[in-house]
Design a protein around this ligand. Structure first.
Ligand code: BEZ
Ligand code: FE
Length: 289
């Protein structure tokens, strides 16, 4: 097309894609172009502003490594990761939430009732729960939970050479009725990395980098959609201002206490726990595949 104008450029983009092989790819990319065009027109974007954005992406590429992906961080901080999670959560199932960059594959297996705390500093916490079928409410047999959280210094094992590899990471096989229990410490609120261009965006917007404390979970069971989510113990000061928009009502877990004698009898750490211990009860609802 010649004589392209602000009014015709979006249609021109769609026309150029007439020979696209995959209809969904065409739909997604044409929609993205439409919204980018609208953004430029709405803001009357200047050359300097667009170049500043492109330079931020260039720097994101320069500092991205397998351990740190600045593009994913931008997606998280813009709320796009959270929106993708929300539009893909099946009805009735526990909400999906951020995977984040600190997951490690191949976590050590933890028996139901096992211990992640291992007498490390922090507030010991007992987690009990059940993995349920979102439709029937019945326990799911054979569910596994890939669990990870930070230590009491706010750091995940991959961020902290002082922690043993895969500290506070576990692959827990639930009991046949879907129930599970383990001991850990209360996770801590922490800052997402803010020393790169995504951090510059936070500063430009007067935002901070805090995430409320959470326990990451990937729940899997044969015949069910894998669920990547996070559970947030109640009472954290950042629950209403999570930098990556990960908090949903059903992901906030009441945080009570139990007398040690009330904790599940198969808890490996039971003898070492304090007389009263923090208790987080979780319910994880999974949708059929
Ligand atoms: C996390 O929860 O581990 C996380 C999520 C998004 C950005 C950084 C960290
Ligand atoms: Fe996290």
């Amino acid at each position: 097309m010649r004589n392209v104008s602000p009014d015709t450029i979006t249609q021109a983009f769609a026309d150029y894609a007439a020979k696209a092989e995959d209809a969904r790819t065409k739909e997604v990319l044409c929609s993205l172009a439409k919204h980018l065009h609208a953004f430029v027109k709405e803001t009357q974007l200047t050359h300097a502003e667009w170049m500043a954005g492109l330079m931020a992406l260039t720097r994101a590429g320069e500092i991205t490594t397998p351990e740190r992906n600045e593009f994913i961080l931008f997606s998280d901080l813009f709320g796009v990761s959270a929106l993708v999670d929300m539009v893909n959560t099946p009805k009735g199932a526990t909400n999906c939430s951020n995977l984040g960059p600190f997951h490690q594959r191949g976590a050590p297996e933890l028996a139901d009732g096992g211990d992640l705390w291992k007498d490390q500093p922090g507030e010991p916490m007992v987690v009990t729960g059940r993995v349920l079928d979102a439709e029937t409410g019945e326990g799911i047999a054979g569910a596994t939970l890939d669990l990870w959280q930070n230590a009491d210094n706010g750091l995940y094992a991959v961020q902290d050479a002082a922690q043993p590899a895969k500290n506070y990471h576990a692959l827990l096989r639930c009991a046949p009725d879907g129930t599970f229990a383990f001991s850990t410490t209360r996770p801590k609120s922490y800052n997402v990395p803010y020393d790169g261009p995504a951090g510059d965006m936070l500063r430009a917007l007067g935002r901070d980098a805090w995430r409320p404390a959470h326990l990451h979970v990937i729940a899997e069971a044969a015949g069910y959609r894998p669920l990547v989510t996070e559970l947030f113990p109640e009472g954290d000061p950042y629950l209403d201002s999570d930098a990556v928009f990960g908090v949903r009502e059903d992901l906030v877990v009441p945080l009570g206490t139990l007398a040690n004698g009330e904790t599940p009898t198969h808890l490996a750490a039971r003898d070492r726990l304090p007389e009263r211990v923090l208790h987080a009860p979780l319910l994880i609802r999974m949708a059929r595949a």
